[in-house]
Design a protein. Structure first.
Lengths: 378, 295
């Protein structure tokens, strides 16, 4: 009985407090100045989290700047970050929360392709804009009208690497990839192109994204004796693979997509990354807007984000949303229509044009690891 | 020969770690009849403590390892006192749910303190492994350390359980909780020892894996599940079963993916788990006891 009374009192007090709150916060006679919420979905825990944090901070920086400059016609912006864990299920939960509870009209994210692909149908149905700063899976191109991205599709990246490797004289190659949409997508594009050119995939190995022990997969690759390896991991598992390859004395030329174009991979893998060739969207850190972004980012958060271009893209995406909103495009459908008109937008992530599928058009370059640094090829 | 030998070596290395962690699951289950799902996180905590002592504070690796084991022993003791002891005698479900809570809490704590950043013990160049003569398999120095340390700890545990007074008390309590307390054994004290020893062993596993691979706040999850599988396969509650189960899972997993696509590596361990749950739920060394049947 006593417990029951306590419970009731707590309930009553809660009702009172909650009931009073709005009248206090909302001065009579003024129109609502509630902040406009923008959602964020990205990996904030798990193996990809070190990068996810940098992406979130990129978006956060943009929101803070916009608010300091007066917000959206007097209304403040608010970023609501949710953890997508780089996994379809968690990204879906995050999107449902953002759309149904926070009622956002635009979401920055997802980052991993598995997140974006899982969230795309939900966003499409709710007519909420989903713009990914870093999901490159080719299938995203056709996943819906409300789905955009600030990075180019893998269709290009996988092909470029296949052509490069073939031109370098490799005919029998191995592929090793993580079981995730990003990795699987690249693997499909690459292997299709490479076999078309006349090359052969002699062995293929995959693993769960959070796996740490790849010795047996590497042993199998070694046994098939390929001439080169196309490696499609996320940075953490990629690092382990490079190290374990070296330990197992598997000395193959390694080729990888942008997920390995990360300084931390070079540091953590010691000399095991030497000679690796990576493909990555062009990103000029010396360009005025990019340099300014990096400076501001460092002043605000005190570090330099890895996979920097995606962090800059996140920053740009928030600005694109804000630009739309400043012109009075508040609903998801209005923002969507605005985004299709974006051409030659110069942001922190470089020049950006959105094509009719909602994909960004950007150039790709190849880089090689020499003396522990990424150096431009050609 | 080279490939087969290499696969067996890979399996033994993985198995040694599973076995170390499985011991903690099985010891707690043997006495309390509940699965301590926070055990994988104690493993993670051990790795991080070792990293803090060794890399941040510059303590010698071996000393750092011992300190981390002590730290986790304390953590195991505290977790039991705060989270599990108040729930004793209230059935199996409350402590199980609490264990999942503690597990999430420890993961979040690790993210809070150490960040989601991947940490590594590696400081210098990666060295090529050593080729074992005759069988033509490659093994690294750290992997040799893993095998030696895990086997040494298991042997030490065997003698501890078999010949010390506390060890005998543990077996008595595991055999029959009530009767043991009637003859003057303090079960709470014994349970504390179980948590202390199990956590220290998990810490050792954590450091070894941390040195070999790398550290993330979620590193305990998959090892935890595999080790739990190992404990079930060996016969949960039986420490020799846990050791056998650990090596078995390690070997089956690594040899298995030689024959089927490597993406199914984790599935293999669970297929083995399912097989045992269906056909031999008591595991290899498990003995049917009244309470266990009801699990």
């Amino acid at each position: 009985m006593k417990n029951y009374m306590i419970l009731m009192s707590i309930l009553l007090i809660t009702i009172l407090v909650v009931g009073c709150a709005p009248t206090e916060m909302q001065p009579a006679g003024e129109e609502t100045k509630e902040p406009i919420k923008i959602g964020f979905i990205g990996p904030l825990t798990g193996d990809v989290a070190p990068y996810g944090e940098g992406w979130r901070d990129g978006a956060l920086l943009a929101v803070e700047e916009i608010n300091t400059a007066g917000g959206i016609n007097g209304r403040m912006l608010e970023l609501v970050p949710e953890d997508g864990l780089c996994k379809p299920k968690d990204a879906t939960n995050a999107a449902q929360k953002l759309i149904e509870i926070d009622k956002v009209q635009a979401i920055v994210g997802g980052f991993c392709s598995s997140e974006t692909l899982a969230v795309a149908p939900i966003a499409e149905e709710a007519k909420v804009v989903l713009m990914s700063p870093g999901s490159t899976n080719a299938d995203i191109t056709e996943s819906g009208d409300y789905i955009f991205r600030a990075c180019p599709s893998d269709a290009l990246q996988g092909e470029i690497m296949a052509i490069y490797m073939y031109d370098e004289g490799y005919r029998e190659v191995a592929i090793m990839y993580a079981n995730s949409d990003y990795n699987l997508g690249l693997r499909n594009v690459f292997s299709k192109k490479f076999t078309e050119l006349g090359g052969e995939i002699v062995v293929e190995q995959n693993y769960e994204q959070d796996a740490k022990d790849m010795r047996t997969q590497i042993t199998k690759i070694k046994d098939a004796a390929p001439e080169a390896l196309y490696l499609v991991p996320y940075p953490a598992d990629g690092t382990i693979i490079l190290v374990q390859m070296k330990e197992l004395d598997v000395d193959l030329p390694v080729f990888a997509p942008e997920s390995m174009c990360v300084d931390k991979v070079l540091v953590d893998s010691g000399e095991a990354a030497e000679g690796m060739v990576v493909s990555t969207p062009t990103f000029d850190e010396a360009a005025p807007k990019t340099a300014e972004f990096l400076q501001k980012f460092n002043d605000r958060f005190g570090y330099k984000p890895e996979l920097t271009s995606y962090s800059a893209n996140a920053y740009d995406v928030v600005y694109l949303f804000a630009d739309a909103m400043k012109q009075g495009h508040i609903t998801g459908t209005e923002i969507k229509d605005y985004l299709y008109t974006v051409t030659d937008y110069t942001g922190a992530g470089g020049k950006l044009t959105i094509d009719e599928n909602g994909d960004a058009i950007k150039e790709l370059i190849l880089m090689r690891v020499e003396n522990g640094e990424f150096v431009d090829l050609e | 020969m080279g490939i087969a030998a290499q696969l067996i070596i890979n399996g033994i290395i993985a198995g040694g770690i599973y076995a170390l962690v499985a011991l903690g699951y099985t010891m707690v289950y043997g006495i309390l009849r509940f699965i301590n799902f926070a055990h994988g996180e104690v493993f993670m905590l051990g790795a991080y403590l070792g990293w803090v002592f060794n890399i941040l504070l510059g303590v010698n690796v071996i000393v750092a390892g011992v300190l981390a084991m002590l730290g986790c022993a304390v953590a195991g003791f505290v977790i039991d006192k705060i989270a599990y002891k108040p729930l004793r005698g209230r059935g199996m479900l409350p402590p199980l749910i609490t264990a999942i809570g503690i597990s999430l809490f420890l993961q979040a704590l690790a993210i809070l303190i150490f960040g989601a950043q991947i940490r590594t013990f590696r400081t210098g160049e990666v060295v090529r492994g050593i080729t074992i003569p005759f069988i033509d398999a490659i093994i690294t120095k750290i992997q040799i350390v893993i095998i030696i340390v895990s086997v040494a700890l298991m042997v030490a545990l065997h003698f501890y359980i078999k010949y010390t007074k506390t060890g005998k008390a543990m077996r008595a309590v595991a055999d029959n909780y009530e009767v043991a307390s009637i003859v003057g054994i303090n079960p709470n004290k014994v349970i504390s020892y179980v948590f202390i020893i199990g956590s220290a062993l998990a810490a050792a596993g954590g450091i070894l894996v941390g040195m070999e691979q790398n550290l993330t706040p979620t590193m305990g999850v998959s090892i935890g599940i595999k080790s739990f599988t190992a404990a079930v396969v060996g016969g949960i509650g039986n420490i020799y079963g846990a050791v056998l189960g650990g090596f078995m899972i390690g070997l089956i997993e690594n040899i298995g993916i030689w024959f089927i696509p490597s993406g199914y590596k984790d599935a293999i361990a669970f297929a083995v788990l399912l097989f045992f749950l269906l056909f031999k739920p008591t595991g290899i060394f498990g003995v049917k006891k009244g309470e266990e049947v009801s699990v």
